[in-house]
Design a protein around this ligand. Sequence first.
Ligand code: PMM
Length: 287
Amino acid sequence: MRPLHLPGLATGRCLVMGVVNVTPDSFSDGGQWLSPDRAIAHGLDMIAQGASIVDVGGESTRPGAARIDRDEELRRVIPVVEGLAAAGALVSVDTMWAETARAALGAGAAIINDVSGGRADPHMLPLAGEAGKPFVIMHWRAHSATMQNHTDYTDVVADVVAELEQQIAQALAAGVAEHQIIVDPGLGFSKTGEQNWELLAALPRFEDLGFPLLVAASRKAFLGALLADGETPRPPELRDAATAAISVLAADRGAWCVRVHDVASTADALAVSRRFHQVQPSEQEPS
Ligand code: PMM
């Protein structure tokens, strides 16, 4: 894996990115962090719980969501990025708009997390190249309003890998450096639940692309469906134990970082996994 140019991050273990959605309507935590002070406090709490990065977003990308305008996104995101960065947090900005990314970098953000991987705004890739900051390239086919109409694949793993390779090539051609790139299979974005499970099983194929791998399964609908009570999906806020389990499995399959809403449960699960893997089976006493 090519090392990222991002001093201060731990190596040799899977990192945790905590999510702060400054939105009224995210499926997972919408409406909870709309006040900048509460959002900043929540981000700092997540760092205390073990997050290395705080991801701040102002636009919901839940399936079917309508887009918001740039000014509204800026108004939501910039004070939170500024407050967290001033407090010493490593901040990523979750945006598809180059203008928001530029303003967030000016306010102290260290990473651009563009779920469209540069496809939504033609100015994003040149900005990422010019800024020289780590840039998340997520597999993406269409905006949230219609993305679930675009779940046809011949072979989901091979197709998502190939489409990510195209996105990476476009980024490199636009001036993004190899050492800036983070890749993400984009669970839930133009994917059915079944396809998400197939992608998770194939994470080593994504690691083989040679870039740090970000995995964001947290509270997503496929977990709600797995844990449904009859026809009723498990509500998002009750999907954190399942998320922590996925975090461990993803770390074991090469994830560089997992993006989660509840940092404490994932950080604990990853600590157990690290300790567990320290002991070789041959060293264990028969019980
Ligand atoms: N998913 C969401 C938002 N941002 N960023 C990346 N890199 N990968 C994702 O899968 C991703 C993301 C949607 O989830 P949320 O609304 O709970 O934040």
